[in-house]
Design a protein. Structure first.
Ligand code: NDP
Length: 240
C-alpha cells in the first residue's frame, strides 16, 4: 500500500469521522482515536467495507500517557507515523460571569493540552523521519465573540503553537485548518444550555458538512513533502 499512516484524534464523530472516511478513500491507512470505541469500531468496519484500511484504539487526549500509547501502538503496528490530525475538541460556551470553571478547564484540557499531547507524542518520531501535523483550530481562533472567550482562547492558542511548531521544524509540515460553522455534535457536549442551543441552531442553519473540512485536510495531506499548506480557513459562505 502506497498510502500514508494517518492518525486522527476525535474520529468518533463530525469532522474527525469525515476526515477518516476521506483519507481512507484516498488510499491512506487511518488509525482512529477517541473515547467512544463503539463508534470507532463501527467506522472501522464501514471504511473496510468501502475497501479502505483502518484500525482504532481508545484515546483520551487529556492524558499524555493515553496519547503516547495511541501513537506508539500505531508506530509498532505500521512501522511509521506519517500524519497526525489533532482534531479532538469540545466547545462548552457561556459568558465568563457564569463562572463555569469546569467547562473552561475541559476546553483547555482537550483543545489545547490535547493538541500539545499529540505533538509531544509524534515529535520524537517525526523529528527523525519527517511528517505532517494537522491541527484543527477554528474561525474562533481568528476572532472573539461573546460567550466564546475560553473556546476562542484555546483556538488562538492552537494557531499560535502550530506556527511555532512550523518555524522550529524544517522537515515536519504543519497545517492549521480553521473551520467555521460545521455540522457535527460539537454543540451537544455541555456548556450553558441557552448558549449551546443558539450555537446548535446556527450550526444547523448555516453549517457546512463535515466532509467540506475533511476535503481541506485531504488537500493539505496530498501535497508533496516540500509543500506545506500552512493554514486553511473553510467556512459557510453565509457566515459573517
Ligand atoms: P464533534 O463533537 O462531532 O467531535 C468531537 C470529537 O472529539 C469526538 O470524536 C469526540 O470523541 C472527540 N473528543 C472529545 N473529547 C475527547 C477526549 N478527551 N479525548 C479524545 N477525543 C475526544 O465536533 P466536531 O467534529 O465539530 O469537532 C472537531 C474539531 O473541530 C474540534 O476541535 C472543534 O473545536 C473543531 N471545530 C468545529 C467546528 C464546528 O462548527 N463543528 C468549527 C470550528 C472548529 P469522544 O467523545 O468519543 O471521545
Amino acid at each position: 500500500m502506497n498510502g500514508k499512516i494517518a492518525l486522527i484524534t476525535g474520529a468518533s464523530s463530525g469532522i474527525g469521522e469525515a476526515t477518516a472516511l476521506r483519507l481512507a478513500a484516498d488510499g491512506h491507512h487511518v488509525v482512529l482515536g477517541a473515547r467512544r470505541t463503539d463508534r470507532l469500531a463501527a467506522l472501522t468496519e464501514k471504511i473496510r467495507a468501502n475497501g479502505g484500511s483502518a484500525d482504532f484504539r481508545q484515546l483520551d487526549v487529556t492524558s499524555l500517557e493515553s496519547v503516547r500509547a495511541f501513537v506508539t501502538a500505531a508506530h509498532e503496528s505500521h512501522g511509521r507515523v506519517d500524519v497526525l490530525v489533532n482534531n479532538a475538541g469540545v466547545m462548552t460556551l457561556s459568558t465568563l460571569d457564569k463562572l463555569r470553571v469546569d467547562d473552561w478547564n475541559r476546553m483547555i484540557d482537550v483543545n489545547l493540552r490535547g493538541t500539545l499531547h499529540g505533538i509531544a507524542a509524534v515529535l520524537p518520531l517525526m523529528g527523525e523521519t519527517g511528517g505532517h501535523i494537522v491541527n484543527v483550530a477554528s474561525t474562533a481562533g481568528l476572532r472573539v465573540d461573546p460567550t466564546a472567550a475560553v473556546y476562542c482562547a484555546t483556538k488562538f492558542g492552537v494557531r499560535a503553537l502550530s506556527e511555532g511548531l512550523r518555524q522550529e521544524n524544517t522537515n515536519i509540515r504543519v497545517t492549521i485548518v480553521s473551520p467555521g460553522f460545521t455540522q457535527s455534535e460539537l454543540a451537544d457536549q455541555g456548556g450553558d444550555p441557552e448558549t449551546q442551543a443558539a450555537a446548535r441552531a446556527a450550526s444547523e442553519q448555516l453549517g457546512i458538512p463535515a466532509s467540506a473540512v475533511a476535503d481541506a485536510i485531504a488537500y493539505a495531506v496530498s501535497q508533496p513533502a516540500a509543500v506545506d499548506v500552512s493554514e486553511i480557513v473553510v467556512r459557510p459562505t453565509a457566515q459573517t
